[in-house]
Design a protein around this ligand. Structure first.
Ligand SMILES: [Fe+2]
Ligand SMILES: [Fe+2]
Length: 403
């Protein structure tokens, strides 16, 4: 069974890579080995709650000042819209500006910037501490909250933004879906409801992300086909949100809906093609590809027919969104030339060191979780690595080399 699932997953990735390559008119080279957590950052995670791998990070320059071990620096922004899964780990950043390390407070911006797009920095708790790797890095105990997105996130300053959910509210969960809840305890049903609420809220936020993309494409003079595809993708996300929240409502036995998402109005669109291209690498080329591959693996293992049908449709739609992201990159490079191409190359390089953490583990037996659409974190993380190796990085390389 496991090998069969792996084969299907491999076929899905190959098809996705070929589909995007054909849309771009590029030829793919061999798969690229994923760099992983990067050489410049040490991550030694210890997760509270449901366990699993911790956050990842990459390097950034640091404004240094001398400082012994100090405690707790909370940043300017709270982790709104997080999953509640809190992880503590040792984050190490280079001290290449000065021979000494910044205080916990001084290191906060650099550490926050180094986190992947699925993590929000709660606090820098203790540091600087000695670098256990012996490479002379500046290390700090930090606490993050996982906010991993499914598909294109609506990125606010401190991480992905999602709306709060309101119980018993109608308007987003009326799709007639009937997952099999026979034999599930009340706790198991609620755990599954929470799992699908989380996905549904990220899908809901993706609607805003694609609306912003459509406006940015209009602003930069993109072809009708790209502008239309961005709007169609937003409608896909409306459907994903409705389907996910309808599954959640079915597990809970009561309607639910997102409340307002003020970030949809307050986030800037970005000014230039470079900014559009870099965000498209992170949010689209990486985010949508990983979402497509994860949904495909979840669908393959889901024995519940309603869940499987939803996930199969989402995997296909997210593949189209990944293709759109690469088409947007091709447009931005063609329109902006070498500066955009170089920024895209750098963004893919950075992405190769920022694997997002997989979704949190629901408190359920593994077979029940799989039947209802969840892949264990270890398997999800492996799927992310394969997606980077087989799809994202080869396509990114081919795109840049063809420019
Ligand atoms: Fe998407
Ligand atoms: Fe989606």
């Amino acid at each position: 069974m496991y090998h069969a699932a792996m084969d299907v997953s491999l076929i899905f990735r190959k098809k996705l890579a070929q589909r995007v390559a054909a849309a771009l008119g590029v030829t793919l080279a061999a798969p690229v080995a994923f760099v992983g957590c990067g050489a410049k950052v040490v991550v030694d995670s210890e997760t509270t709650g449901t366990g699993g791998a911790g956050g990842t990070g990459s390097s950034s320059d640091v404004s240094s000042s001398t400082g012994p071990e100090t405690s707790s620096s909370t940043g300017p922004a709270a982790c709104e819209g997080g999953t509640g899964e809190v992880t503590s780990f040792l984050a190490c950043i280079p001290s290449d500006v000065s021979p000494s390390c910044p205080t916990a407070e001084g290191a906060y911006p650099s550490i926050a910037q180094s986190l992947d797009f699925c993590s929000c920095l709660h606090s820098v708790d203790v540091g600087p501490k000695p670098d256990p790797s012996g490479n002379g890095l500046c290390c700090y105990d930090v606490t993050i909250e996982l906010v991993c997105a499914v598909g294109r996130p609506l990125l606010a300053e401190d991480g992905p933004a999602i709306a709060p959910v309101e119980a018993a509210r109608r308007g987003w969960s009326e799709e007639p879906l009937a997952p099999n809840v026979e034999g599930l305890s009340a706790d198991a049903r609620e755990a599954l409801a929470e799992r699908w609420i989380r996905d549904g809220l990220f899908e809901h936020a993706s609607v805003a992300a694609f609306s912003r993309l459509a406006l940015a494409l209009l602003a930069h003079g993109a072809d009708e086909s790209l502008v239309r595809a961005a709007h169609e993708a937003a409608l896909d996300e409306v459907r994903h949100a409705r389907l996910s929240l309808s599954l959640a409502a079915a597990y809970r036995g009561a309607p639910l809906a997102p409340r307002g998402l003020p970030e949809a109005l307050s986030l800037p669109l970005g000014e230039g093609l470079v900014e559009l291209a870099v965000s498209t690498v992170v949010e689209g080329a990486v985010g949508e590809t990983l979402a497509a591959v994860l949904a495909s693996e979840q669908a393959e293992r889901a024995s519940d027919p309603a869940v499987r049908q939803v996930l199969t449709g989402i995997a296909e739609d997210e593949s189209r969104h990944a293709e759109l992201a690469f088409r947007v990159l091709a447009f931005a490079i063609a329109a902006g030339g070498a500066p955009v191409r170089d920024a895209v190359a750098q963004a893919f390089h950075d992405a190769a060191a920022r694997l997002p953490p997989p979704p949190p583990e629901p408190p359920l037996p593994a077979d029940v979780a799989a039947a209802h659409g969840h892949v264990p974190r270890g398997d999800a993380r492996a799927a992310f690595v394969r997606a980077m190796d087989d799809v994202v990085l080869p396509l990114g390389r081919a795109l840049v080399e063809a420019a």
